[in-house]
Design a protein around this ligand. Sequence first.
Ligand code: MIG
Length: 725
Amino acid sequence: MKMEIKNCGFLIRGEKYCLHILYYQDNIIRFAYTKGDETPCSTVAVVTNPVEGSYHFKNGQFHLGRFRVEVNEETLAVNIYDCNGDKLSEDFSIHPEQPQIKKKLLWEKGIYGNGEKYRWLNHLGTATVNFNSDVLFHHPIHHPQVFEMHTSIPFYIGLAPDRTYGLFFDNSYKTEFDFGKTEPELVSLKASGGNLDYYFFYGATIADIVSAYSQLTGKPPMPDIRYLGFQQSRYSYQDQDELLSVAENLRRYEIPCDILYLDIHYMDQYKVFTISNERFADFKSVIGKLKEMGFAVVVIINPGVKAEESYTVYEEGLEKDYFIKMPDGNLYAGEVWPKPAVFPDFLRAEVREWWGKFHQELLEAGVDGVWNDMNEPSNFSLPSGTLPDEAIHYNDYDEKLTHAEAHNVYGLFQTMATREGLNKFDSSKRHFVLTRAAFAGSQRYAALWTGDNSSVWEHLESSIPMIINLGLSGYPFAGADVGGYRGDCSGELLIRWTQLGAFIPFFRNHSEIGTAHQEPWHYSESALRIIREYIRLRYRFLTYLYNLIRNSALTGVPAVRPLFYHYQEDQETYNINDQFLMGEGLMVCPVTRPGVEHRMVYLPEGDWYNFWNNQQYTGSRYMVAEAPLKELPLFVKAGTILPLNEVGRNSVDCMDGKLELRCYTGEKGFCRLFFDDGISNGYKNGNYSELEITLSTDLHKPKVSINVIKDNYPVPEIIYKIIGS
Ligand code: MIG
């Protein structure tokens, strides 16, 4: 074998190709196939570099960290083993020139991840295209003109009770994954350009894989707690009076809420970074007034720039040559809301910095967060719905890229520009950016909502596996439009969707122009009452969720988890799409069908409590749970210590209130709680408190003890409640 040790790994020379096997961490290695012998660059998704570590070549095998690899001298296909010699992966065929690779399905009982997909939880037996698209309807099928979703995360996880692996195909071109659909024994990965370059992760548990993947592609920033509160939006609140009246109604109906959105009508003729004088004549004072009422405001900023003389953004961008051009050197003009529209080339740092600066005025006017929509990018003037494949970008190294290569990362670079712009202007805050288009790594810059869903039960149902799989793909801060975006939402659907949304990290009611108004008070009094109750319930769980999401920021692991995340040995959990765990101890069982007042619930091993009446159940079984319209079935695992807030009008009020600590006895319990102001970056300088709470049982006398780890921020008054003894 023609092999040498090079750049933190091995370089193996085949007849036509070279294979680089690089060491990143004892459970992450990379396989890159190239024509020449230079190590290829990774895409923007990857934030770490290969490092020197434990690797050597012995007895015809490559040993790297916890892996052993065999390489076929002729084809450069690989077999990957763990250190016990168990096979993790076996190449069936490999075509670096296409590029394409097929791997054998070995022992996988489920395939998960792959980001935002309109799919059931388990991808085995399905095929999918990763190509960011402005899809008008979420749909499980793609054909050449209709793609599936707004984002692309070419990463998946293979799972079995005793082992698991992850594979990240680091290629920004359109990729196609086939998980045993066309060829039942094979997984096929294909890209329309670029290199065959992938990372392989290995672990005992799925949590190991998600944190290794997050180690490689980055973790989400610590969010401002207000963005874990309820958010109300509409396309569009048309003018300042409408916006104010929404705010007043939220307070009048005692619906807690933190955030209001301004969709495209706040701008002057859809020109980004302008404000309509007619509709929002008193923009600044209105935002000030909303602040006093306890609301923050997020505004939409799309990438398309109106090509109009004497409009600053256009004129400046033109002069500095910041817009995307065609190979013949002409500016590419398409159409979005503004028409004609040109598109900034966010792949260049210079352009991002320039774009970032425009946010300053918005922040000065009191705007709190920025919402990046249409950044697939969407373009109405071509049947493909996006820019031409051959349009030209330049990256930070002044290399020329075609749009075909840049397409899937375009949205990521816009959110990077946005976040960096906001940070530059004010580094004392945890800025909020929301995005529709994303790629692996986008979690570092923006929360994600799943785009244009519809007000149908099927989309409520499908949002559950979609969000779980996003979480398993390093994207914990995500959610779907509650109530559905397109079409009219019924009261019953909004009730059920709010019950679900209350337990999803990003919780926003949003709807399309021309549809029935979807704010809770447009429904019957009884519907309003239930919807309000569940928005309030969300705020009861604020501290619980905040701590879970802080954990996401530290390790990348999700708050919303499939059952197998904690019960990997139990294969019964591998295909449960309509239940999830929020954290380890809380089982959420939404109702996903109209008229249904009971539902099947699977309780894994152990003892569980019904959250509503504390009735106890022993797990490892299915049961029928009561689910009248006013009740979302919720179960709590024995040993859970559940902090519950007192509800105020928004998250800041909640943090000021008392904290009830419900201790569910029967098992030992442990939890760590973090307290800070939720908004500033003061925690980075140690302005926080942290408690460790232990529940010991002793059947007759459960005991709760608190250990103060850090005491640098006022901790709320705590009220203990022992459940079950
Ligand atoms: O083509 O800005 O997904 O949330 O309200 C519609 C208007 C453009 C699509 C987004 C949606 C938003 C809407 N936008």
